[in-house]
Design a protein around this ligand. Structure first.
Ligand SMILES: O=P(O)(O)OC[C@@]1(O)O[C@H](CO)[C@@H](O)[C@@H]1O
Length: 396
C-alpha cells in the first residue's frame, strides 16, 4: 500500500471489499429498516423502491431540479477530470461520496426536505430513541457514580476511553471491569495510543478551547458530553464547542435534536450523571458549551476540502477531537494508505492540533508502528473493520 498522496481512493467496486459490502448489503437493509419503522405513504414507498432499484441495479441520479441543495451536490459530484459522478454506477465512484449521497437521497425519499408533515422527521429517530431509552444507557449512567471518587487523571482516562468505545456503542464507564486501564497501563485493544500527547495539549488552568466533532447519537454522544463536562469541570478547558450534523446522516449521526435528548437524559438520571447533566445545562446557558452544525459536516468530502469559515473556527481550537470512523476517514482521506504512514503528515493541513478517538470500522488506517501492524496482520482477523480495535491518535 503506497504512502504517497496518490494512494488509491476507496471505491465500492472491489469484490469482497468492506466498501462493496456496505453498498450491496447495508444500504438495502437500511432502506427496509426505515420502511418498517414508519407508517410510510404510497409516495414514500415508491421513492424507497426507486432508491432500492437505483442502488442495486442502477446509476446515480441527480437530485430533483427543485431540491434546495441540487447545485451544491452538482459541484460536490464533479470528478477531478471535470466529469461527474452522476450517471455512474454507485460502485464505481468514491465510497465516501456514494455513502454520503445515499443518505441524502434516503432523506428525500422520506420527504425530509419537502414542505408537508414529514418535513424534518428524522428517519433514524426510532433507532436512536430505542437506544437512548434502553437499559444499557441506565447502566452506563449509573456506573458514573463509581467515577466520582477517583482522581481527576483517572476520570479523564476512563472518560476518554468511554467516549472512544462509545463509538462502538459499547461504552464502559466501569473502570472496575478493567476494560479501560486507569493506571497508565495500555489497553491491548488500542492499535495506537497518543493519550499522553492529547492530555499534554490540555493542561489544567490554561483557558483552552476544545472542539469536538461528534459522530453518533445516544450511546456515543452521552460519553462525548460527559467527557466535555469533565474537561470544563476540571479546567482542562474553559470553553467547549460541539460540532454535530445539520441533518440526519449515516444512520445514527448526532444532530442538535440528539444533543437536546442526551442532555435531557442526563438531567433526568440520578446520582453523578444528573450532576453532570446540570453542569452541562448551565454551561450551555453560560456559553461555555456551544453547539454548531456547519453544512460541511454532511459533505461527501475529506476535511482537507473544508471551507474557510470552518477552517477559521477550528483554527481557534486548542485541540479538535474527532470522533468515530467516518470522521477519521474524512480526516486522513478515504484511501488505502500505507498503515505506517504518518498521522501527523496526513493531518498536516488541519488548522490546529488534532486528535482522533475511533474504533476501527473501515479499511482506512495510518500511523501504526510496524510491529503493531505485523501483529495485527498475523492475527488473521478482520481487525480493520470489525470494531474490535480502537485508537487514540494526536498531533500538536
Ligand atoms: O462514523 P462511525 O459511526 O464510527 O462509522 C461509520 C461507518 O463505519 O459505518 C459505515 C458502514 O455503514 C462505514 O462506511 C462508516 O465509516
Amino acid at each position: 500500500m503506497p504512502a504517497a498522496d496518490d494512494a488509491p481512493v476507496i471505491l465500492g467496486n472491489e469484490p469482497g471489499s468492506f466498501a462493496r459490502g456496505v453498498l450491496t448489503d447495508r444500504h438495502p437493509a437500511l432502506i427496509q429498516q426505515v420502511r418498517d419503522a414508519f407508517p410510510c405513504t404510497p409516495v414514500q414507498h415508491r421513492a424507497l423502491d426507486a432508491l432500492l432499484r437505483s442502488v442495486t441495479d442502477g446509476v446515480i441520479e441527480p437530485l430533483a431540479p427543485d431540491a434546495h441543495d441540487r447545485a451544491q451536490w452538482e459541484i460536490w459530484g464533479r470528478d477531478s477530470a471535470g466529469g461527474s459522478w452522476f450517471g455512474r454506477s454507485w460502485f464505481d465512484v468514491p465510497f465516501l461520496w456514494s455513502e454520503s449521497y445515499f443518505y441524502r437521497v434516503l432523506l428525500d425519499a422520506m420527504g425530509h426536505f419537502t414542505d408537508g408533515p414529514w418535513r424534518g422527521v428524522d428517519p433514524f429517530a426510532p433507532f436512536k430513541d430505542a437506544e437512548l431509552r434502553g437499559t444499557a444507557v441506565d447502566d452506563e449512567l449509573a456506573a458514573l457514580d463509581g467515577l466520582a471518587g477517583r482522581s481527576a487523571d483517572e476520570q479523564a482516562l476512563a472518560l476518554a476511553h468511554a467516549s472512544l468505545w462509545g463509538n462502538r456503542a459499547d461504552l464502559s464507564f466501569r473502570i472496575a471491569s478493567g476494560a479501560a486501564p486507569t493506571d497508565g497501563g495500555t489497553d491491548p485493544r488500542l492499535v495506537a495510543d497518543d493519550g499522553p500527547l492529547l492530555w499534554s495539549l490540555l493542561p489544567v488552568g490554561a483557558a483552552s478551547t476544545v472542539h469536538l466533532i461528534a459522530d453518533n447519537a445516544g450511546r456515543e454522544l452521552i460519553p462525548d458530553l460527559v467527557l466535555l463536562d469533565h474537561l470544563l469541570h476540571t479546567e482542562r478547558a474553559s470553553r467547549a464547542v460541539l460540532h454535530v450534523k445539520p441533518y440526519p446522516y449515516y444512520v445514527s449521526d448526532a444532530t442538535m435534536t440528539d444533543v437536546i435528548d442526551s442532555l435531557r437524559r442526563l438531567g433526568a438520571a440520578s446520582g453523578y450523571a444528573a450532576e453532570i447533566g446540570k453542569r452541562l445545562w448551565s454551561a450551555m446557558a453560560a456559553g461555555r458549551l456551544a453547539v454548531r452544525a456547519h453544512g460541511f459536516f454532511r459533505a461527501p468530502l475529506p476535511y482537507s476540502a473544508m471551507p474557510d469559515d470552518l477552517r477559521q473556527d477550528l483554527a481557534g481550537a486548542t485541540v479538535t477531537i474527532l470522533k468515530g470512523d467516518l470522521n477519521y476517514r474524512r480526516l486522513v482521506g478515504d484511501r488505502y494508505w500505507a498503515p505506517t504512514s504518518s498521522f501527523a503528515g496526513r493531518t498536516a493541513y488541519f488548522p490546529g492540533p488534532v486528535a482522533a478517538l475511533r474504533t476501527l470500522k473501515s479499511d482506512v488506517i495510518v500511523g501504526l508502528d510496524a510491529h503493531v501492524l505485523d501483529g495485527l496482520e498475523a492475527s488473521g482477523k478482520p481487525w480493520r473493520t470489525s470494531g474490535t480495535h480502537g485508537l487514540v491518535q494526536a498531533r500538536r
